[in-house]
Design a protein around this ligand. Structure first.
Ligand code: CDP
Ligand code: CDP
Length: 224
């Protein structure tokens, strides 16, 4: 049997991480872990319980009594929070625009990273996020850093919204993405950053298939 390795995919919002990570996991029969969904789930739970998002201690307390399960499904992955399916709720604008505040706290990140490392302990995993190559899986055999211009990323989210029949404002999306990029890359703890040994792929003018092909060929080389 081929060696079961770990693949870390990082990058800013809407660079295509989860789309390509899901396809790669499926192709290799690996598990897929969307770490952003875990921070989103905690943000959703904190908002529901009216926890102050600046209060690190209260957030950690809430996280310690929150079970977040990521289950594979036909559509990719469902997110179960204390037994409740919150897959679509965690994608709301309310959660999206506050998640980076929750994700900046050291204690929250330490607990999340421990859970994520537990999920990846047997290898055979594709994990996407912001700090996977730098902190969660520093020894991952394959590290990818996906990039695309802010204009292209906002356009992708806009197209996605229109396709789903949601209201969408391209200029607002651009501002929100740029704001989240700034918060994620300027925070003190585990900021969004390319790992030194990660391979950067600019996806601005690449198709999803093009990105998947590149990552699979890098992976095949490593599995060797
Ligand atoms: O899908 P999108 O790129 O919009 O975001 P996401 O991957 O769902 O992540 C949501 C937010 O969670 C990010 O903007 C970060 O603030 C935080 N996050 C993080 O800090 N570390 C990770 N490993 C994953 C996400
Ligand atoms: O996970 P992340 O926030 O990095 O991005 P995503 O949700 O996987 O992808 C954002 C959108 O860009 C999706 O609608 C994809 O279909 C689209 N897209 C892409 O992911 N990669 C490309 N090369 C082109 C488009």
């Amino acid at each position: 049997m081929e060696k079961q390795i770990s693949i870390a995919i990082d990058g800013p919002a809407a660079a295509g991480k989860s789309t390509v990570a899901k396809i790669i996991a499926e192709t290799l029969s690996y598990i897929y872990v969307d770490t952003g969904a875990m921070y989103r789930a905690l943000t959703y739970q904190a908002q529901k319980n009216q926890v102050d998002l600046q209060n690190e201690e209260e957030l950690l307390h809430l996280l310690n009594e929150t079970v977040i399960d990521l289950k594979p499904s036909e559509s990719g992955q469902v997110v179960i929070l204390n037994g409740q399916n919150v897959t679509s709720e965690i994608r709301s604008a309310e959660v999206t625009n506050s998640v980076s505040i929750v994700a900046k706290h050291r204690a929250v990140r330490e607990e999340m990273v421990a859970r994520q490392q537990g999920l990846a302990k047997d290898g055979g995993v594709v994990m996407d996020g912001r700090d996977i190559g730098t902190h969660v899986l520093p020894h991952a055999e394959v590290k990818i850093f996906l990039l695309a211009s802010v204009d292209e990323r906002a356009q992708r989210r806009h197209d996605e919204n229109i396709k789903k029949g949601f209201e969408s404002n391209l200029e607002r999306l651009k501002e929100e993405i740029a704001r989240r990029d700034k918060l994620d890359s300027e925070r003190e703890v585990a900021p969004l950053k390319k790992a030194e040994d990660a391979i950067e792929i600019d996806t601005t003018s690449l198709s999803i298939e093009g990105v998947v092909e590149k990552i699979l060929s890098i992976t095949k080389e490593r599995i060797g």
